[in-house]
Design a protein around this ligand. Structure first.
Ligand code: KG4
Ligand code: ZN
Length: 352
């Protein structure tokens, strides 16, 4: 089964063609990073307009490069949430148009669930449907969530950030330190130059139990990055780094605080239940320090760590088509009545 995937939830216009959920025939990503760089963050209006300009060409290129041809597309899958409303709408509308023109089924896919599918996107990867309960960690510019997956296709958020996503925490820190955009890769890079990663003591990134923002979730599985960001602001204001070596030490200490918060929560969740694997996805799963710490945490818990190939860590449409394949035995949940759902949570039915 050959599925055309479409993804426009944030600042990447992406389309991909994937055969049988594993074999990526094409994977086209148009990144808007240069458009948002002058503002130091994603500007929703600019993102939506750029998606409108690029979506047609990106889809055509994905179909052409796949060699499958329009006639070889068996189904269309699109991110319907969560994400920026004006961005999601472009992909959803384009997907409806293609599905209608080709007379093929249309699948609405949850973006966070798709990030958690990325480690399975290669012919050699295990079959997720044959794995036991898994713990998912989605870490990106928009999301930080620990997801319990009792069976593949079932998702329950057990921990999350109460404020900024971890990618956002990196992006804002890089801005304060005068590093480039997006900040995550910059912080990762400069941290490797640091003589030490404990030069600055940052707060733990742990929310206080009983906070109403927890919404019933266990505080010991949640994180909070706003205090971290504020303490970096005060530190930089009080003692601006004098040279690159000092900037590197501050960046490395900050990265350590973010990674410690995520890895600590993950370790705790792994103690709560017997999992068959730890599955991580999203742009921040590229972070070298986080990868190293997660490997230690998984090894201590005796579970394999499944990470995505670098090209599938950031936003892409192969993960959308790949996850849709896992659903193809059930009738498509989406129809032409499907709408963009900016606040969709993992495990929520896209039509619900
Ligand atoms: O998954 P993604 O492409 O988009 C969203 O769904 O948000 O993630 C983008 C985020 C950005 O915040 C970026 O700074 C961060 O991932 N990122 C990293 C690294 N590479 C990308 N953060 C830390 N270390 C990295 N190496
Ligand atoms: Zn994403």
């Amino acid at each position: 089964m050959t599925i055309l995937g479409i993804e426009t939830s944030c600042d990447e216009t992406a389309a991909a063609v994937v055969r049988d959920g594993r074999e990526t025939l094409s994977n086209v990503v148009f990144s808007q990073i240069p458009l948002h760089r002058p503002w130091g963050g994603v500007v929703p209006e600019i993102a939506g307009r750029s998606h409108v300009e690029k979506i047609g060409g990106v889809i055509e290129e994905a179909v052409r490069a796949s060699g499958a041809g329009w006639g070889g597309i068996d189904a269309v899958a699109v991110t319907c949430g969560p994400g920026l409303a004006a961005s999601l709408l472009v992909g959803v509308s384009a997907a409806k148009g293609v599905a209608l023109a080709l007379d093929r089924p249309l699948y609405g896919i949850n973006h966070v669930e798709a990030h958690l599918h990325t480690p399975f996107l290669s012919p050699g990867a295990p079959d997720p449907a044959a794995c036991g309960p898994m713990l998912g960690l989605a870490v990106s510019g928009g999301h930080t969530a620990l997801v319990d997956m009792p069976r593949y296709g079932e998702y329950r958020v057990i921990g999350q950030t109460l404020d900024d996503a971890c990618g956002e925490a990196f992006d804002k820190a890089a801005k304060l330190l005068g590093l480039g955009y997006p900040g995550g890769p910059e912080i990762d890079r400069i941290s490797r130059e640091a003589a030490r990663r404990d030069a600055v003591r940052f707060p733990l990134g742990v929310p206080r139990p009983g906070t109403s923002a927890l919404g019933g979730l266990d505080a010991s599985l949640c994180v909070s990055f706003s205090g971290l960001k504020t303490s970096l602001l005060y530190k930089v204001r009080a003692e601006p780094p004098r040279d690159r070596a000092e900037t590197a030490e501050i960046a490395a200490s900050y990265q350590e605080a973010v990674v410690r918060a995520i890895a600590g929560r993950t370790a705790r969740a792994l103690e709560r239940r017997r999992y068959s694997a730890l599955v991580a996805g999203g742009g921040v799963s590229l972070n070298s320090r986080l990868r190293a710490r997660l490997a230690e945490v998984a090894s201590a818990a005796g579970v394999p760590l499944l990470l995505a190939k670098p090209e599938y860590c950031g936003d892409n449409a192969a993960m959308i088509a790949g996850l849709a394949f896992m659903r193809h035995s059930v009738p498509p949940s989406a129809s032409l009545a499907m709408d963009a759902m900016p606040s969709l949570r993992p495990g929520e039915n896209p039509l619900g």
